[in-house]
Design a protein around this ligand. Structure first.
Ligand SMILES: Cc1cc2nc3c(=O)[nH]c(=O)nc-3n(C[C@H](O)[C@H](O)[C@H](O)COP(=O)(O)OP(=O)(O)OC[C@H]3O[C@@H](n4cnc5c(N)ncnc54)[C@H](O)[C@@H]3O)c2cc1C
Length: 452
C-alpha cells in the first residue's frame, strides 16, 4: 500500500506516477526520530522524502481503539524532566493527564509470600534498595547528558542482577526492589547492564523517586497518535507510508535507496531511524560499520511485552508487582469502563520481562498470569502488539546489555559516510525513550545542515 501524508515535496526530478526521485535527504522511518529529523531538515530548506514501511506514522508509539478505549500499544508516559519530549509537547500544544493513583498495592515478599498495602507502604519497602542500587550515581554518571563521563566504564560489565546480588538486602526488600526494576527495563535483570539504572537516575538528577514518576505516570491527552500526526502535518515534505526500504547503496556522489516495490530513489544523504534490532532488514552497501553489525547480532537487552487486559467489574485502583520469573511482572489498573450491555469493567496494563512467556490468544494462560500477581480478578479480554516479533522494531524500549553502552554508544552516533543514524537507541540522555528519539533526530539534522 502506498499512501502519502504531510505536505507537498520540494525540488526533485519527477518520476513516473508523479513522485520525485532525487532528494537532498531520504529519511527512513516515520517514528519520532524520523518525523523530527524530516521536519528540521525540510524547514532548513532541504528537499526531503520520508519512507515508512507501516501504514501509519508513530513507529513504536501507536494509539489504537480496542476494548472500547483508546489504548497505547507502545510508548505512553512522558514527563517534563524529558527536555526534548517536553519541547515537542509545548510546540504542539499537548497536555498530560495522570495515570490513576493506586489505592491498593500488591507485591511478593520473602519466599514469594503475598503482601498488600498502599502506595506509601510499598515505597517504604523499596526505598533503601532503590537508593543503594545507584547510590554512587554522582560519581559514576555525574551528567545524564554525557553518559560516558564519570566512572561508568569500570562498572559497565555488571548487570542489574549483579548489583542487587551484592547489596545484601534482606529477602523482603530484595524481592520488591527487583520487581520494580524488572518492570523498568522489560527484561530479566541478569541481561540488563547496570548502566540503564544509572542512566535513568542520572537523567532525573540522582532522584530515584523522580525517575520512577518520569517513567510511568503521565499520559498524553488525546493519545500518542494524535501527537505524531500533528508533527507529521508540520513536515513540509512527502511522507510515503507502506513503503519498505530494502537497500541503501552509497558512492562518492550520493545514495540510492531501494524499496520493496523496486523503486530506486537518489538522495545526497540518508537518515536511518531503524532500531538496532531491526536494522538488518536493510542491505547496506558498503556494509554497515562493525559496531552496528555487532550490536544488531547481539541485540539490545529489552525483550518483554506490554499487554492490555480487560477484567470484569469496577475494582479499586491498584498496582501489583510479581517477580522476574512471572509472565506478568507489573500490573496496574488504567481505565474503568462499561460494556455496551451496562456491565462494568476495568482495563489493566501489564508488563512482562519475556514476550515469549505470554500468549495473548490464550485467555486461561493470561488469567493464570494475572492470578499470580493480583488474585481475584476475572479476565475477559486481552490485546497487545508483540513489538519483539515485529521485524520493523524487534524491540520495545531499548536497554543495554552489560558492556554495550560504553563499548558502542559513541560509534553508533557517527555517520557512515552519507548515511546518518538517528534513533533513540543512540541517544545520550533518555536513550530508549521518546525523548532520546527526538534528541537523536535534532543531532543528525544539525549535522546534515552543517555539512551543506
Ligand atoms: C511497549 C512499549 C512501551 C514504551 N513505553 C514508553 C514510555 O512510556 N515512554 C517513553 O518515552 N518511551 C516508551 N517506549 C519507547 C518509545 O516508544 C521509543 O523509544 C520511541 O518511540 C522510538 O522512536 P524512534 O523513532 O527512535 O524508533 P521507532 O519508533 O521504532 O521508528 C522507526 C521507524 O522505522 C520504520 N521502519 C523500520 N524498518 C523500516 C524499513 N525497512 N523501511 C521503512 N521503514 C522502516 C518503523 O516502522 C518505524 O516507524 C515504549 C516502547 C514500547 C514498544
Amino acid at each position: 500500500m502506498t499512501e502519502t501524508t504531510g505536505n507537498a515535496g520540494i525540488a526533485g526530478a519527477t518520476a513516473p506516477g508523479g513522485g520525485k526521485r532525487e532528494y537532498d535527504v531520504v529519511v527512513i522511518g516515520a517514528g519520532f526520530a524520523g518525523l523530527v529529523a524530516a521536519r528540521e531538515l525540510a524547514h532548513a530548506g532541504r528537499s526531503v522524502l520520508v519512507l515508512e514501511a507501516r501504514d501509519r506514522v508513530g513507529g513504536r508509539t501507536w494509539t489504537d481503539r480496542r476494548m472500547g478505549h483508546d489504548l497505547e500499544l507502545g510508548g505512553t508516559w512522558v514527563h517534563w524532566v524529558q527536555p526534548h519530549t517536553w519541547a515537542e509537547m509545548t510546540r504542539y500544544g499537548r497536555e498530560i493527564v495522570r495515570s490513576p493513583k493506586a489505592e491498593e498495592a500488591y507485591w511478593l515478599g520473602a519466599g514469594g509470600a503475598p503482601r498488600t498495602g498502599d502506595l506509601d507502604a510499598f515505597m517504604a519497602v523499596i526505598d533503601e534498595g532503590q537508593q543503594l542500587l545507584v547510590d554512587d550515581v554522582r560519581e559514576v554518571m555525574p551528567r545524564g547528558v554525557a553518559p560516558l563521563d564519570g566512572g561508568i566504564a569500570g562498572l559497565d560489565g555488571l548487570s542489574i542482577q549483579d548489583r542487587f546480588d551484592a547489596l545484601g538486602l534482606d529477602e523482603e526488600a530484595r524481592a520488591a526492589n527487583e520487581s520494580v526494576w524488572v518492570g523498568h527495563v522489560n527484561a530479566p535483570l541478569d541481561q540488563v547492564g547496570i548502566s540503564s539504572a544509572y542512566r535513568w537516575v542520572a537523567a532525573t538528577g540522582g532522584h530515584w523517586q523522580l525517575m520512577h514518576e518520569a517513567s510511568a505516570t503521565y499520559r498524553v491527552v488525546g493519545g500518542m497518535s494524535a501527537w505524531t500526526a500533528a508533527i507529521a502535518a508540520d513536515v513540509p515534505a512527502e511522507i510515503r507510508l507502506g513503503t519498505t526500504v530494502t537497500a541503501v547503496t552509497q558512492d562518492a556522489s550520493g545514495c540510492v535507496v531501494e524499496t520493496a516495490d523496486g523503486e530506486r530513489i537518489r538522495a545526497a544523504r540518508v537518515v536511518s531511524t531503524l532500531p538496532i534490532n531491526a536494522i538488518s532488514g536493510i542491505r547496506f552497501t558498503p556494509e554497515l560499520p562493525e559496531v552496528w553489525r555487532r550490536a544488531a547480532a547481539e541485540t539490545v537487552a529489552s525483550q518483554g511485552t506490554k499487554v492490555w487486559i480487560k477484567v470484569r467489574g469496577e475494582i479499586p485502583r491498584f498496582f501489583a508487582y510479581g517477580t522476574q520469573q512471572h509472565p506478568i511482572s507489573v500490573l496496574k489498573s488504567e481505565y474503568p469502563g462499561v460494556d455496551d450491555d451496562g456491565t462494568p469493567h476495568t482495563i489493566l496494563v501489564g508488563f512482562g520481562p519475556d514476550h515469549t512467556r505470554i500468549d495473548v490468544e490464550d485467555l486461561a494462560q493470561v488469567q493464570a498470569a494475572v492470578d499470580a500477581v493480583r488474585p481475584g480478578l476475572e479476565v475477559v479480554e486481552v490485546t497487545a502488539h508483540d513489538w519483539m516479533k515485529d521485524p520493523l522494531s524487534g524491540n520495545t524500549w531499548m536497554t543495554h546489555r552489560p558492556g554495550q553502552l560504553t563499548r558502542d554508544l559513541s560509534e553508533l552516533q557517527e555517520p557512515a559516510g552519507r548515511v546518518h543514524f538517528a534513533t533513540t537507541d543512540n541517544a545520550n540522555l533518555w536513550g530508549g525513550f521518546i525523548d532520546g528519539a527526538i534528541e537523536s533526530a535534532l543531532r543528525e539534522a544539525r549535522r546534515i545542515a552543517a555539512a551543506g
